[in-house]
Write a protein that binds this ligand. Structure first.
Ligand code: GDP
Length: 303
């Protein structure tokens, strides 16, 4: 299944709560008027798009309707789809230009961090890349064992120390192993907590320092994993993490199980961080690079 088919079945619940009401609003409107804009804003907010983003979308739509002299509600709906696609576009490509490149993955317990790392490993391996996992979330009990299960499943190497070890030391060994084994990508499982921002910042800074010393000029991505089922809480979580780390992208998991897919718009607009991957199921193949146009088209398709 390609992005389009996966996203189509993955977005089933979001379509029921967001897309269908939006579609029927446009279909039942006789003209493009203030009432339509007001109702649209409400529907977007209820669909977890977030109040400020919903307001911005409606303002932009009003503007286009005026500029282009749009009278037909269905034409206005097409303009809405275009606005959403434009809003989501840009920055979603991973920048992994060096050998090895490094992907740091952060996120609180339960969001799907381990699963996403396993899926990412499998995704890049399928592209012929040599992937090395680095088990640097040494704080959480069983995190290392869980990651190892995914390393085996994806059939990639993993560097680990014991629980409680210094994460930066694990990263140091991972850099050395990557150089020795000719790895293309090191995926680092990093901190899975936020209760102490200062510690988190220090830990990440230390990891960055080790990478910069051992692999000068390596491409680095810092991905934050967020659980779409938590809706606006995911946005708040991202806001918090953003103050502690230079996040380059989001992995939004569990889109398949939620009606809250509209949260993608909020993440992009309110936080100005691109969504790079979306999780659409528990299987190893259920992680897809995010396609803004496909997503917008699916969200506002007529079926
Ligand atoms: P971690 O604590 O953040 O490392 O979370 P895990 O990777 O252990 O995942 C927590 C739960 O979420 C597991 O039961 C996963 O199977 C499930 N999960 C992760 N990603 C997805 C996804 O995209 N869709 C669905 N439906 N479940 C997911």
């Amino acid at each position: 299944m390609g992005f389009f088919d996966k996203i189509s079945s993955g977005l089933k619940k979001t379509k029921e709560t967001l897309s269908m009401p939006v579609s029927s609003l446009f279909r039942s409107s006789l003209s493009v008027n203030d009432e339509l804009f007001e109702e649209l804003e409400e529907l977007l907010i209820m669909g977890d798009v977030g109040a400020s983003t919903a307001g911005r979308i409606c303002d932009e739509l009003k503007q286009r309707v005026k500029e282009q002299g749009i009278k037909d509600p269905m034409e206005a709906k097409t303009a809405l789809k275009d606005i959403v696609a434009e809003m989501l576009r840009g920055g979603q490509e991973m920048v992994l230009e060096t050998k090895p490149s490094v992907v740091l993955v952060i996120g609180v317990n339960g969001v799907g961090k381990t699963t996403s790392i396993g899926k990412l490993a499998s995704f890049y391996k399928a592209q012929g890349k040599k992937v090395l996992l680095s088990a640097a979330d040494t704080f959480r009990a069983a995190a290392i064992e869980q990651l190892e299960i995914w390393a085996n499943r994806a059939d990639v190497d993993m560097v680990k120390h014991s629980e409680g070890a210094d994460p930066a030391a694990v990263v140091f060994d991972s850099c050395a192993a990557a150089k020795a084994r000719g790895a293309d990508i090191i995926i680092v499982d990093t901190a899975g907590r936020l209760h102490n921002k200062k510690n988190l910042m220090q830990e990440l800074e230390k990891i960055h320092r080790v990478i910069d010393r051992e692999l000068p000029n390596a491409s680095k991505e810092v991905l934050l994993v967020l659980d779409a089922t938590t809706g606006q809480n995911a946005v708040n979580q991202a806001r918090e993490f953003k103050t502690a780390a230079d996040i380059t992208g989001i992995v939004l998991t569990k889109l398949d199980g939620t009606a809250r897919g509209g949260v993608i718009l909020s993440i992009r607009e309110d936080l100005d961080v691109p969504v790079k991957f979306v999780g659409l199921g528990e299987g190893v193949d259920d992680l897809q690079p995010f396609d803004p146009d496909g997503f917008a088209a699916e969200l506002f398709s007529e079926d």
